[in-house]
Design a protein. Structure first.
Length: 255
């Protein structure tokens, strides 16, 4: 019951943030001056940045970048010191969107964890902490790919050899998105792996590239014996800009 209550409250908070963001985007129609708009924006969303729940603070930090209001820069810089790495990542990414690069090093530090500092988890609490750290690094890699340029590539060249499979996959996807086309073929070849989960991960990775890569192989994967692989192949084709996959998507909708 406690879990459902928290989920409901989070959903409610997200709806409030979304509503606030949409209203802010419409405010220029009613605001008399840019200064007034900036003040209204800060007042509207600043409260969410101080919520106890880190997921709400994360969503609020991300919203500022979408809104594009530079009045939020001081607040976002303060959020770079938030206890939650996910909040710090989204604050840095919003700052990047607003033309401020001060959060770049914050994300780099979250992503670029030395393998020497990684120890095998021994207790359930340590395992949960390691999962949370890995999730933050994966999200940080995705954001850093859009923020960091050459500096990001240097980090990804290390993280692509990381002990964590999730971090390695995220690094490979980030590098492929940044133009390292030789990694595309790796994902395509992995679609033929023996393990169902590996094939599904390869299909998901191709979909995340957002390009017309491995289309024929993904079409074939929609007939894979494993339902998980078929589902990821369908999602990947759905994310593709290719119009020629509509027949496969229509057929797969009845799977």
């Amino acid at each position: 019951m406690k879990y459902f209550r928290k989920s409901f409250l989070l959903s409610l908070a997200y709806m409030r943030i979304l509503t606030a963001s949409l209203l802010l985007l419409c405010l220029p129609v009613y605001s008399e001056t840019p200064a007034e708009l900036g003040l209204r924006s800060v007042k509207f969303l600043s409260g969410f940045m101080n919520e106890k729940d880190p997921q709400i603070r994360e969503q609020a930090a991300a919203a500022w970048g979408e809104i594009g209001n530079k009045a939020a820069i001081p607040m976002l810089k303060k959020a770079l010191k938030d206890k939650s790495p996910l909040v710090r990542i989204e604050a840095a990414y919003s700052l990047h969107k607003l033309g401020d690069a001060s959060g770049l090093e914050v994300v780099e530090k979250i992503v670029d964890v030395s393998t020497a500092a990684i120890r095998p988890a021994r207790t359930p609490a340590e395992e949960l902490a390691e999962i949370a750290r890995t999730n933050a690094r994966v999200q940080g890699i995705a954001r850093l790919a859009e923020m960091g340029g050459v500096r990001a590539v240097t980090i990804f060249e290390k993280t692509i050899e990381d002990p964590s499979a999730a971090v390695r996959d995220a690094s490979a996807i980030a590098l492929a998105k940044m133009g390292f086309d030789e990694l595309d073929q790796t994902f395509i070849e992995t679609l033929a792996a023996r393990n169902d989960s590996v094939r599904a991960a390869a299909a998901k990775a191709l979909g995340q590239l957002g390009r017309s890569v491995g289309i024929e192989e993904l079409r074939l994967a929609t007939t894979d014996p494993a339902a998980g692989v078929r589902a990821e192949a369908m999602r990947a084709l759905g994310a593709s800009p290719e119009l020629g996959v509509l027949d496969v998507l229509t057929k797969g909708a009845h799977d």
